[in-house]
Design a protein around this ligand. Structure first.
Ligand code: SF4
Length: 303
């Protein structure tokens, strides 16, 4: 280690505002003695899911699984019909859908009423996109992720098109897809409903990786979190000593042996408690006696 270790967190990292509010809402319900089920994972993080199970809020894969009591709709929202179906089943709904997600629902509804064909840029399997599209006539929308997907749409049948983005994407990374839609459709507009939470985390990771005082970066996130892995890729492009960890057990003392500054960032599904644990463990490792020499672990070794 060169001098005392300085830890620097990215300017933006971890939960977006929508997920933070949803997480707090469920924890508050649990503190009041309430129990229930969450429709789909609140976030893609094993630790959070297991914490919430301990608190009495297990994940349900479908509405049908929930026979009675409270059902929580997560920040990414549900198809509008799910509210009616839940009430018909006598369930008490706690709706933590993010207001930005509701904005997309509303703008899509208005666009369809105005005769637009909706094009959603996103993952058709993501719950947020399912929420936007499940109740719609399949002829009224398309879901695309690539320009090849756009090429498959017959825009001759859709004179007016409105483009929407899954909020957990950085829309800038899908500019080629949006441009392809605009190039193919006679008239195309982009919805004014972009959430910048993902872009802010990514921009902050880039800044961290470019910081000359940061010698290595630890990216914290769930094992199956695609956006955490993407953050790690962004960091690694500018700072080769970027390591992806899923918890304190993945950390290695030799990563920090000659580091003056360690940057920390975290995926959108990583709770603050996990980030704090990792930060504390890095301090302990850096303060411990110098590790045996040997090749530094490749970042992939932590996966
Ligand atoms: S990514 Fe943005 S829109 Fe989506 S839940 Fe988070 S804050 Fe809300």
């Amino acid at each position: 280690m060169v001098g005392p270790l300085a830890l620097r967190r990215a300017e933006k990292y971890g939960f977006c505002a929508g997920v933070r509010i949803a997480d707090r809402t469920v924890r508050k319900l649990a503190s009041e003695g309430r129990r229930g089920k969450i429709l789909g994972q609140l976030v893609h993080n094993e630790r959070v899911v297991s914490d919430l199970v301990q608190l009495g809020f297990a994940t349900a894969a479908s509405l049908e699984e929930v026979r009675a009591g409270t059902i929580v709709f997560s920040a990414h929202g549900v198809p509008p019909s799910f509210h009616r179906r839940a009430l018909e089943r006598g369930l008490l709904v706690v709706d933590t859908t993010c207001p930005f997600v509701y904005d997309v629902h509303e703008e899509a509804r208005q666009a369809l009423e105005a005769g637009f064909h909706a094009v959603f840029i996103g993952d058709s399997a993501h719950r947020e996109v399912i929420g936007y599209t499940r109740d719609l006539d399949p002829g009224d929308y398309d879901i695309v992720q690539t320009t090849a997907d756009v090429d498959r749409i017959d825009f001759g049948r859709h004179p007016k098109v409105k483009i929407f983005y899954q909020t957990t994407l950085n829309s800038e990374e899908y500019e080629d897809v949006a441009l392809a839609v605009e190039g193919a459709a006679a008239h195309a507009e982009r919805a004014d409903t972009i959430c910048y939470a993902t872009k802010e985390n990514q921009d902050a990771a880039r800044d961290l990786a470019a910081d000359p005082e940061v010698d290595c970066i630890v990216v914290v996130g769930g094992r199956h979190s695609a956006n955490t892995r993407h953050l790690w890729e962004i960091c690694r492009a500018a700072q080769p000593r970027s390591y992806l960890v899923h918890g304190t057990d993945d950390l290695r003392a030799d990563w920090f042996a000659d580091c003056g500054g360690v940057g920390i960032t975290a995926g959108a599904s990583t709770p603050d408690s996990m980030i704090e644990e990792v930060e504390g463990a890095i301090r302990s490792l850096a303060a411990s006696p110098a590790p045996a020499s040997g090749p530094l672990a490749a970042p992939e070794a932590a996966l």
